[in-house]
Ligand binder design. Structure first.
Ligand code: A3P
Length: 390
């Protein structure tokens, strides 16, 4: 029967038993082509794999994603500690920024301009290798304040091997809460055991719903707030808006409800964000003060290594980032990294950080200083830290 089937002697070495026929050896050209094809497949696989983790939180996608609103949203998805998706017993309401006023709430909490220092992952190759870890919800969040120096802090922290952070601002707890925790976690980079997942979205600090929402995710979340002299912060905020809309009124005219009576317009977001003590009260209803770290925006410029030391201690990290990591760039006028994460080159923040501020009427500045003084003193008491703005 074997003979009948094979019709060839070489297929039979034992009479009556059929053996598989070896395929004819491929010609060398075909073999080379097959090898080339296999290599191409491996390369494509690596590329797509790394892209899957790095593109998930790409700014463009985030912007598209944040467009949907709770009214049209499906019920929020959360996940159990084991990662199983769960349905939350609530439908997210749109968050209420405490910054409504001359500038729209949307504008006040607007997403940071994308700059080259905000990649979502250092490089396709490193994200490929980090593909072995898993995505976790953040254990620590930089919640504010806008124009405080939040980008500088995150970029400096990312130098630490045990910190992995999403580069773009997720705006989950203010704009995209209806998308659910599973969506949020998917934005995060993969981490290995012992690494901390972080994100920064400065508008959380002034969002009413954010403290309860973050606490519902985890009561243990560590919160970092970079604060800066509220008067300088307001001018910095205004400078940012001016760079996008050069036709806006002067800072002086926006500061007052009525310039002659001298009543300050606290509904203007640039002014309201700086009333730190008021915003902090909301957070303290959900988090103990010990779970919050207040970083001085001024010291982050004058002594970045000192502030980074405090932050590393707070996060329970080994003090790896030291003054050896920084140099002062005279052209930029700010401290810069000798080596950015995933690179061997010196790195300063982009041109949207460290703008030249317009000259503001001294009298208006004095008036604002007087306005903020009692709030600042209250803030010093609450945090146990004198930031020296008065
Ligand atoms: P200005 O542009 O008004 O100077 P944020 O990242 O929260 O938007 O804060 C922006 C501010 O970070 C900048 O405000 C700048 O003063 C401050 N900053 C702190 N450290 C910096 C650094 N190393 N390089 C550039 N800007 C830095």
């Amino acid at each position: 029967m074997g003979q009948l089937l094979s019709g060839s002697r070489s297929c039979l070495d034992v009479p009556g038993r059929l053996l598989p026929q070896p395929p004819p050896p491929p010609p060398p050209v075909r073999r080379k082509l097959a090898l080339l094809f296999a290599m191409l497949c491996i390369w494509l696989y690596m590329f797509l794999y790394s892209c899957a983790s790095s593109c998930a939180a790409a700014p463009g996608l985030l912007l598209l994603g944040s467009g949907s609103r709770a009214a049209h949203a499906p019920p929020a998805l959360a996940s159990a500690p084991d990662g199983t998706p769960l349905r939350l017993p609530f439908q997210a309401a749109p968050a209420t920024p405490l910054t409504a006023g001359k500038e729209t709430a949307e504008g006040a909490a607007s997403q940071e301009e994308q700059s080259p220092e905000a990649p979502d992952s250092p490089s396709p190759i490193s994200s490929f290798f980090s593909g072995s870890g898993s995505k976790q919800l953040p254990q620590a969040i930089i919640i504010g304040v806008k124009k405080g120096g939040t980008r500088a802090l995150l970029e400096f922290l990312r130098v630490h091997p045990d910190v992995r952070a999403v580069g773009a601002e997720p705006h989950f707890f203010d704009r995209s809460y209806d998308k659910g925790l599973a969506w949020y976690r998917d934005l995060m980079p993969r981490t290995l055991d012992g690494q901390i997942t972080m994100e920064k979205t400065p508008s959380y600090f002034v969002t009413r719903e954010a403290p309860a929402r973050i606490s519902a995710m985890s009561k243990d979340t560590k919160l970092i707030v970079v604060v800066r002299d509220p008067v300088t912060r307001a001018i910095s905020d205004y400078t940012q808006t001016l760079s996008k809309r050069p036709d806006i009124p002067t800072f002086e005219s926006l500061t007052f409800k009525n310039r002659t009576t001298g009543v300050i317009d606290t509904s203007w977001s640039a002014i309201q964000i700086g009333i730190y003590a008021k915003h902090l009260e909301h957070w303290l209803r959900h988090f103990p003060i010990g779970q919050m770290l207040f970083v001085s925006g001024e010291r982050l410029i004058s002594d970045p290594a000192g502030e980074l030391g405090r932050v590393q201690d707070f996060l329970g990290l080994k003090r790896i980032i030291t003054d050896k990591h920084f140099y002062f760039n005279k052209t930029k006028g700010f401290p810069c990294l000798k080596k950015a994460e995933g690179s061997s080159k010196p790195h300063c923040l982009g041109k949207t950080k460290g703008r030249t501020h317009p000259e503001i009427d001294r009298e208006v500045v004095q008036r604002l200083r007087a306005f903020y003084r009692p709030f600042n003193l209250k803030f010093y008491q609450m945090t146990g830290h004198d930031f020296g703005w008065d």
